[in-house]
Design a protein around this ligand. Structure first.
Ligand SMILES: [Zn+2]
Length: 124
């Protein structure tokens, strides 16, 4: 049976190890934080808490969360298919030699001007 939350304990979170393995992990967690001045246990744990709450759509009734389901467009940013090029693609090309892939602005113009392309479809 689930326990009801104690409203007076909202300001703190105490975790007790239930197994030896958990005890070891908690000790290591504290040691790592003690060795690194930049790490703060409070900030670290609150980061886990934030992620947990996000996964469980907290706070409830947050219309922003629900609206994004309908408005968010999963747009995958394609990269240029030329080796070593990290630019975003502007279209999909089919070269006369059979090569197919995405091209950035610069490589599209290069290929077009060299008349290497058979087909070109600009990405929306
Ligand atoms: Zn490129």
């Amino acid at each position: 049976m689930p326990r009801t939350p104690n409203p007076s304990s909202g300001k703190s979170l105490t975790i007790h190890a239930k197994t030896l393995s958990d005890e070891e992990k908690i000790r290591a967690y504290k040691e790592i934080h003690a060795r690194n001045e930049d790490l703060k246990i409070n900030a670290s744990v609150m980061g886990h808490v934030d992620n947990f709450l996000k996964r469980h759509n907290w706070p409830p009734g947050n219309s922003q969360t629900l609206m994004s389901v309908f408005t968010e467009q999963k747009k995958i940013q394609q990269k240029c298919g030329r080796e070593g090029c990290e630019e975003s693609a502007i279209g999909k090309a089919e070269a006369k030699n059979g090569w197919q892939g995405f091209l950035c602005q610069r490589h599209y113009r290069q290929s077009r001007d060299a008349r290497l392309l058979r087909k070109w479809r600009k990405l929306k």
